[in-house]
Design a binder for this molecule. Structure first.
Ligand SMILES: Cc1cc2nc3c(=O)[nH]c(=O)nc-3n(C[C@H](O)[C@H](O)[C@H](O)COP(=O)(O)O)c2cc1C
Length: 193
């Protein structure tokens, strides 16, 4: 079976609405892919501070980071689930990307100064929920454009977002409806993912 890496940044875990959308989608994808989960709330991911920056410049990245970068680079599909925080996604996810976005692993620097993506995956699915009424790809959604840009760097041409929004402003019945619609859209997308 082909490989799928699931990057889970749903810090609220079983309370997470985002994970509530992701779970049935992953259950469908599990029939076609061997799934490896990277659960960011279970890992101690520090931002790239001065000490880490200098270590990376001399000794290189840690074995753990290299292993995760390799797993991501070699995956046939990538799924990211992350709540919408401060107009994009939680910083632990950005920190994780910085840990594994490494030349020679997830991308290459060409001699002419350009870069080339090094990831095998042709598709990435980004699942999120937003508290405010912020539709996907509106100017205020800074999660989707970031993941598209990262897809460009890593060589993943197709980046899809499945989202529900208005989670903290809609009535509970409307929240439920928006979540169910997102699951349906996601399941449809997963048929051809
Ligand atoms: C620290 C934090 C920051 C948030 N920032 C935003 C924000 O900038 N915009 C927004 O629409 N919702 C924001 N929210 C609300 C969440 O996006 C919303 O509750 C979402 O459904 C949470 O997803 P989860 O249930 O998967 O944790 C924030 C929530 C938290 C806890």
């Amino acid at each position: 079976m082909e490989k799928l890496v699931f990057i889970n940044a749903c810090i609220r875990r079983e309370q997470s609405r985002t994970l509530g959308i992701a779970a049935p989608l992953l259950a469908q994808l599990e029939k076609r892919y061997t799934i490896t989960e990277i659960d960011l709330s279970q890992r101690n991911i520090t931002p790239i501070n001065a000490a880490l920056f200098h270590t990376r410049g001399t000794a290189g990245i840690s074995k753990e980071d290299a292993d995760w970068a390799k797993a991501v680079a070699e995956a046939d599909r990538i799924v990211v689930a992350a709540p919408f925080w401060d107009m994009s996604f939680p910083s632990v996810l950005k920190a994780f990307f910085e840990h594994i976005s490494v030349p020679g692993l997830t991308f290459e620097n060409n001699p002419d100064g350009t870069t080339r993506g090094n990831c095998r995956a042709s598709k990435l699915l980004y699942i999120t929920t937003r508290g405010m009424d912020i539709p996907t790809e509106s100017a205020l959604d800074q999660g989707t454009p970031y993941l598209k840009a990262l897809g460009w760097l890593w060589g993943i041409p197709e980046v899809y977002t499945v989202a529900a929004w208005g989670m903290d402003v809609k009535e509970s019945s409307q929240v439920q409806k928006a979540l169910e619609e997102a699951v349906l859209r996601g399941l449809q997308l997963c048929e051809d993912f």
